[in-house]
Write a protein that binds this ligand. Structure first.
Ligand code: SUG
Length: 447
């Protein structure tokens, strides 16, 4: 049997990390609008997580941030002249759009793409589809650089296929791996891919949220499964519960996470809990795997507490000894119901025997927890050898990146600072230096 293991690609937080309240439906983003951020601390918090997990023996890599502000986007909507003119005009006429052009949201790499390992795809290659993120202006321009970064790292066409984003239109709203989980016995053998969608474009009768937007459509999930050449018997499409979207669950990874045969989920996560479990169970049987549902009841953890603490936005990681660790944000300890639940979790006879806790407050204040910050890529040894190695987290890379952050990042960024042309120059200088550190020349040059 082929041996493969999961690499977590964490987004390196970019130097323009700020709180602009751009994500309607994401409670944290809306609550912290216009407060000052600390980009240096945000990047260091993310790097500390990567370093600790790498040191624990988990395969860990880094995904570069994107170049901000997105001047081509600002010019495309009519802001002209020198770069400084563009910033001044955008700040005066449309400060929210300037914030969109400056957004460091690509740090949440769970939204960069959907990934299918070679064991699942028809052509035996690892498939990536960059997510169009078309529900939000500040995220809808990410996919071009996401595809470019993925091609820079996974450029070997013998092993990898990176697809451009789906057409950027509401019918194909795609949020990437945040609405996708793979279950199975191992990464090297065929598994089951679960796609969770929030609405159906061409079925007006299908359930949909009323208050907040559903970002992922069934049509998009089906298109990604087609592009990746997935086997229909091992692919499950499940509707998210529209009521929880309306309570702030803007991505499925805020209410469920899967790893191995385990699905850790809230009882209200899916529109049809029993039907979803039955479909997963039947699909897993075809690969001789048995589903282990780890269900959290509303009586133990109400949805509001799950959203406030990001309990389900934890990473569920298989340790070398086969047991699982849950990587949680500090906020889980501060929520009474969640803390109580977690106290009972590791002592029970279930699959999780360890909690690994991180301070990710800078990201959490924008609605991004441990699982948002990482893109899972399962690779065989041969595939791992074929990818670009400069992004693999080592003690040496960690030290170089910390030094880079200390050199280029501010420790305070307020909304008004986005108009400062010096900030744009700092972002460009940081990007240039990063290309050298990661050994990816030309990463940020558009053709
Ligand atoms: O898309 N927040 C992100 C958080 C993404 C979390 N990802 C996953 N659940 N996988 C979003 O809503 C806030 C930006 C701001 O308001 O400045 C933001 O984009």
């Amino acid at each position: 049997m082929t041996i493969a293991r999961e690499f977590n690609f964490d987004g390196l937080v970019g130097p323009s990390h700020n709180y602009a309240g751009l994500s309607f439906g994401n409670v944290a983003s809306f609550s912290n609008v216009k407060s000052a951020s600390n980009p240096k601390q945000a990047a260091l918090q993310g790097l500390a997580k990567m370093r600790t997990l790498a040191a624990r023996g988990f395969a860990q890599a880094v995904m570069p941030p994107q170049l901000r502000p997105d001047f081509p986007m600002l010019r495309a909507i009519g802001f002209g002249g020198s770069d400084a003119d563009v910033l001044a005009a955008a700040c005066k006429a449309a400060p929210v759009i300037l914030a969109c052009a400056y957004s460091a949201a690509p740090m949440w790499t769970a939204n960069a793409a959907t990934v299918s390992p070679s064991a699942d795809s028809a052509d035996g290659r690892v498939h990536f589809t960059a997510a169009n993120l078309n529900n939000k202006l500040h995220r809808a321009h990410e996919h071009r650089q996401s595809a470019r970064s993925l091609r820079a790292i996974f450029g070997d066409a013998a092993h990898f296929s990176v697809h451009d984003a789906l057409p950027s239109t509401p019918a194909f709203g795609d949020e990437g791996a945040a609405n996708h989980t793979r279950l199975g016995n191992s990464h090297g053998a065929a598994g089951v891919e679960l796609f969770v969608y929030g609405r159906v474009e061409f079925d007006p009768a299908a359930p949909a949220p009323r208050r907040y937007p559903a970002r992922q459509t069934l049509e998009a999930s089906q298109a990604v499964a087609r592009l990746h050449g997935l086997d229909a018997r091992r692919t499950v499409f499940a509707a998210q519960n529209p009521d929880v979207i309306d309570q702030g669950v803007f991505h499925n990874d805020v209410i469920a996470v899967g790893n191995g045969n385990v699905l850790f989920y809230h009882e209200q996560a899916f529109a049809d809990e029993a039907g979803t479990l039955a479909a997963l169970g039947a699909a897993l049987e075809t690969v001789e795997a048995a589903l282990v549902p780890l269900r959290v009841a509303s009586a133990d953890v109400p949805v509001a507490d799950a959203v406030a603490s990001y309990l389900f936005n934890s990473q569920l990681l298989t340790k070398p000894d086969g047991a699982m660790a849950l990587v949680i944000p500090h906020e889980c300890r501060e929520n009474a119901a969640v803390a109580r639940y977690l106290d009972g979790l590791t002592g029970a006879a279930g699959p999780i025997d360890e909690l690994i806790e991180f301070d990710l407050r800078q990201s959490m204040r924008n609605g991004g927890g441990p699982a948002c910050l990482r893109l899972r890529v399962a690779l065989t040894d041969t595939e791992a050898r074929a990818m670009h190695k400069g992004v693999l987290m080592t003690e040496e890379l960690y030290a170089r990146l910390v030094d880079w952050v200390e050199r280029f990042y501010r420790d305070r960024l307020a909304p008004a600072d986005l108009a400062d042309p010096q900030l744009a120059r700092e972002c460009a200088a940081a990007a240039e230096a990063l290309e050298r550190i990661l050994g990816l020349p030309g990463l940020y040059r558009f053709d």
